[in-house]
Design a protein around this ligand. Sequence first.
Ligand code: ADP
Length: 467
Amino acid sequence: MLFIFSAGGLKDVRHYLDNEQNETYLQALVYGELSYVLRNNAGELEKQEYVTEIQDRLGELWAGLLISRDGEITSVAPFLQQASPHEDWKQLLEEPPKAAAFNSFRYETSEMNLTYPDGGEGKAVLLRRIDTVPIYWRPVGTLFSLAFICLTSLLLTYFVSRSIIRPIKKLEAAALQIKDGDLTHKVVATTRGEIGQLSIAFEDMRVRLKHSIDQSLQYEENRKMLLSHISHDLKTPISAIKGYVEGIMDGIANTDEKRIRYMETIYRKASDMDQLIDELFLFSKLDLQTVAFDFKVIDMSRYMEHFLDEQRFDLEKSGVRLIYENSGMHPTMIAADPDKLSRVLTNILNNCIKYMGQQLEESRKEIHVRLKELDEHILVEIEDSGPGIEKEDLPYIFDRFYRAEQSRNSETGGSGLGLAIVKQIIEGHGGMVWAENAEKSGARFCMKLPKSMLVKAVDDHEEHTNH
Ligand code: ADP
């Protein structure tokens, strides 16, 4: 590759190879002729033109002749003169060494005694260059090769380390951190290819592991909270019941009227406890997802009308005006569990009545229920005219046991599970529930329930045929 690069292309390489082949052919020709002349026709060496010609031809083959007659030098090849201008050729001719070195090139020698046609004695020494490159090129070449190998290995090490070893070290460090329980450090894939994919898979694993650990910590926290809330919420009515029972036993309730009042309070407290335990039971079943949903395709408009008709009597008894608005024209079908949905609506309506009852005089107690049809969903809005919800409480009211401070101290405060149950049921339907404050005053609860896939398919078909 280097040769091609320095020689300047493939054409030159071919040229160089052709020359190489020609050279052996030329050598055979020249040396054959020379050997014949030296042995059988030494007279030719006395002709100046022939000597010049053969020296030139030898010169092309990196060789030259030294010729003598009767101890006197008659010809020195110009090629040799050039290679070593100050050489004592006579001395060399008399005692030719096996090998000589001129100008950083080594030469091999071969000598031959000859007899000229007139009987004169002569000698010819052929010096042929055996190196193609100067002697010092060997160590320089070796040094170059070594430097090249070192550089290549350094570069290779650098690239391998950058693309393989370093990311693997990072992964190792991350694995050790995970082993020590620290899951907060992100593993970033710095390379593509297999190592990059490994890093991505590793990061995926870390995220999932972290998620599942966080989740189990959250479960643990929830369990603790649940226990403490249950014990607190059960303790209060039980202490009260105990107090009233003691009052009866000790004769503090000494009149029939007092005894009846005590008994009524005990009954109310026991009913509260019963309700709390019911809610707890339902909530924990929903939370553990052990409660089955009995989905049916229902017409939401008709369902709401029916449900609100049932509620109207109770609402009016509490002095609440109910206003129902349905913006949908045709039946709005959804897949829902009617019993669970009725639980949701009851919880929300009861809350509305409960919190409106706190502050309002009867004439202003209103609940607006709206049913709206969206593209993929049905939206149910229930809005009261009560005090509304504090802004800072809004994100938490659907949390289990969350009770805004105002209700905690008052008589109205419930278990704090009502809206948590609502959320569980709506999410079980694949929907969403949220709360906001109405423009005027009061709280608004919104539920978005997905339309039944079956119904959507029928709708789409109808639309299609209409077109
Ligand atoms: P609770 O048993 O305390 O009513 P919920 O889960 O039903 O528990 O409600 C959580 C909190 O949300 C309540 O404590 C109350 O502060 C607030 N809230 C719920 N509904 C209303 C409403 N209609 N108006 C004002 N605040 C409400």
